[in-house]
Design a protein around this ligand. Sequence first.
Ligand code: NAP
Ligand code: ZN
Length: 345
Amino acid sequence: MKTLGYAAQSATTPLAPFEFDRREPQAGDVAIDILYCGVCHSDLHTARNDWGWTLYPSVPGHEIVGRVSAVGAGVSKYKVGDHVAVGCMVDSCQSCSHCHDGEEQYCDSRVDTYNGPDKHLGTHTLGGYSKHLVVREEFVMRVPDSLDLAKVAPLVCAGITTYSPLRTWNVGPGSKVAVVGLGGLGHMAVKLASAMGAHVTVLSRSPDKAADVAALGADALLVSTDKAAMKTARNQFELIIDTVPVKHDINPYMPLLQTDGTLVLVGQVGEMPEFSSVPMILGRRRIAGSLIGGIRETQELLDFCGKTGVLPECEMIRMDEINQAYERMEKSDVRYRFVIDMSSL
Ligand code: NAP
Ligand code: ZN
């Protein structure tokens, strides 16, 4: 089945229209007409081969919302017309302990929505910057009726990547949480943590985000370049979620954690500069990492947003505006998530 998308043909070429094949739906598959696709910084890292493992042509996009157009004979959870979402994964082994625990993101055979091995077509997977998608039922999630479809897409990457650590580290009413980097992931971390009743501080390089910080539901803005303010903020936080997308120094953040506090890295994938063990040893503080979240937990997040009304701040773009959107994202000029209206393709 032919579909149309936008692909990068190399690390240095802009994304451009690209026609390619989707598999015919198999018994366990759901076929989806894509309505909206969020633009994650991982899409940009992949298109530009920042991580060194991109396969071309590359069709990014793993924040996908659409309408079911067909289902295979074995599909029981979805029917034609349902509004559904697909995030960063489209397959896993379904039999290892991680898959049994609903944590398919840590399965050794996880298949990413783009740039993963496509065992049906023998190529690599191509993502949501496209008109259609065919996915096995287990990796499809239901969008609650109460939510505005145009804003749901970022929940299934930016949302779940911050929701999962908030749940893992038991954030709830009164928890003290800080978020480093107020972009797509960061602003979802703020909204979700505050909806859970936490006291939320944003750690940003950008003092001009103060008004936004309050509007998003955070209680405080700490400008990370203000040394005096950083000093008075020591020993405060149980959890710091660090969403910065590049190699960066975490030494200034560690003393801000309480004893037993954790800084969880979700942004930079790869090398980090040296860090001092002093604040870790003196305060039994920890550094951790976290990858998206499982399908069950992502559905839990969608339902949580359905009940609380938490949704990202979106700037809608046309498909042919994607290259300018990437340029703006590189300059941190996005408040706070680009979403592609796929009817523009
Ligand atoms: P984004 O929208 O571009 O936001 C990143 C934010 O980080 C910026 O708004 C900026 O906030 C801050 N920042 C940017 N450059 C910086 C620099 N050089 N130094 C310090 N701070 C900087 O990106 P995103 O979509 O949220 O993605 C963030 C990262 O998470 C990416 O690397 C992405 O690949 C990764 N990611 C990981 C997972 C996972 O499962 N772990 C899932 C999705 C994405 P301020 O201006 O407020 O400082
Ligand atoms: Zn993402």
